[in-house]
Design a protein. Structure first.
Length: 420
């Protein structure tokens, strides 16, 4: 089955075309035909294609809105010049969408119908910056391909539906949960699920034997405690702002700061929230950049004090979460790194792991240094009782596989209410 995977943002669409079916899934033989992204939708858009052979190609086109962008994309990936091998719109058999917030309602990937659209709409209040764009992407796809092509929603929150009450409830008046569904939802679920699944495959473990801490360290960062293959705690909360230090997000802080900063800086609460989301984290501390590569260069080559500080705080917070999740899990078999930073920076991995020798984690510096650019493997020293791994995340592949499973009837279809 040829599946178009879409991750729709405010002015961007990331896409991938994946061929998968039951046999390919069983043999890890899925084929990725083409991937890329469209940026600056609404103006002169830039489209970048990355082909299966590693080559990239850039185009520009005037794409006035999401509908025009998806229509252009579908037309292009099914044209001979795309090199995808697809030659007509009918060659796209199904579409899988990354949808950020499934609330308590969506606990697995679902076929999109009117009830699901309404469910995503109902969760707009919980994810005003994301779900509206996801809905626009689904509507644009229906316009481009017709109502006959099945579309599947794969939710970022769904993997965390297994969190126990004691992990997802905040210690605020309980009626707030009942009245407004204020709780930890967790995000990056598709990524943590993808990492855990791949780890299980590489280490030939049964699902029930997987007891690991996954760290998705990209521009957004989150940690997840996984026991028996399911998420039992995660660092992002009601929104993706909580938890680890991120590129531009603060992560954990004292909530009393919101009012204090507002009063001191003459800002509204929503301006402070925007500051915590887009002016904080690595960017906020360093005053330079949210890009870890540039920060490492500033710190190592130019000895910039605040760049060093930003990196130190980033690593310290991640190590603290590892400690917390070791306690939550009662010990773990491995810490698994992924995301742009987790997959590429041996230095950051080593700095996060430094000081975890008490927990049985000893880094093999040489192996760690070799695990960059998409390579997977174990970098803890022989004899470590807590292993350290790099397992690149592949959210698009998981979305494509879920899409196949849902469309072919091998996965629960429809919406299920959380019984709690
Ligand atoms: P992502 O959001 O997963 O694409 O990750 C983006 C982050 O990964 C940015 O902070 C990049 O600077 C960081 N990154 C990518 N490559 C490297 C690298 N070689 N060393 C350090 N950070 C990197």
């Amino acid at each position: 089955m040829n599946i178009l995977v879409l991750n729709v943002g405010s002015a961007t669409v990331k896409f991938q075309v994946v061929v998968t079916d039951a046999e390919r899934m069983a043999n890890d033989g899925d084929t990725k035909l083409l991937r890329g992204q469209i940026e600056r939708i609404g103006g002169e858009s830039v489209i970048t294609f990355r082909h299966a052979d590693g080559t990239t190609r850039r185009l520009t086109a005037a794409l006035r809105d999401m509908r025009a962008a998806v229509d252009w994309l579908v037309g292009h990936v099914t044209s001979p010049e795309s090199g995808s091998g697809l030659s007509a719109r009918a060659d796209i058999h199904a579409v899988g969408h990354r949808v950020v917030h499934g609330g308590e309602q969506f606990r697995s990937s679902v076929l999109i119908d009117a009830a699901v659209l309404q469910g995503i709409e109902d969760n707009v209040e919980l994810a005003p910056l994301h779900n509206p764009h996801n809905l626009r992407g689904i509507e644009a796809t229906r316009q481009a391909l017709g109502a006959g092509v099945p579309q599947v929603a794969v939710f970022d929150t769904a993997f965390h539906h297994t969190l126990p009450e004691h992990a997802y409830l905040y210690a605020v008046p309980y009626p707030l949960y009942r009245r407004h569904k204020i709780r930890r939802y967790g995000f990056h679920g598709t990524s943590h699920r993808s990492i855990a699944y791949r780890f299980r495959k590489i280490t030939a473990r049964e699902r029930n034997d997987v007891r690991i801490i996954t760290l998705h360290l990209g521009n957004g960062c989150s940690a997840c405690a996984i026991q028996g293959g399911v998420s039992i705690d995660t660092s992002m909360g009601f929104t993706p702002l909580e938890g680890l230090v991120m590129g531009t997000r603060s992560g954990d802080l004292d909530p009393a700061l919101l009012d204090y900063i507002a009063a001191k800086e003459g800002l509204s609460l929503s301006q402070v929230e925007a500051m915590l989301n887009s002016q904080s984290g690595l960017l906020g501390i360093s005053g330079l950049t949210n890009d870890m590569r540039d920060l490492l260069a500033e710190a190592n080559e130019l000895q910039d004090r605040r760049a060093r500080l930003a990196i130190e705080i980033f690593c310290y917070r991640a190590r603290k979460y590892i400690g917390a999740y070791l306690a939550a899990l009662g010990g773990a078999d491995a810490v698994v790194f992924a995301g742009g930073i987790g997959e590429n920076s041996a230095e950051i991995r080593a700095r996060i792991c430094a000081g975890l020798e008490w927990a049985g984690l000893h880094v093999d510096a040489q192996t760690n240094g070799a695990l960059v650019g998409g390579r997977e493997g174990c970098f803890s020293a022989e004899g470590s009782t807590l292993e350290a791994w790099v397992v690149p995340t592949d959210e698009e592949l998981l979305i494509a596989r879920d899409t196949f499973r849902v469309v072919s009837g091998g996965m629960q279809v429809g919406t299920r209410k959380n019984p709690t």
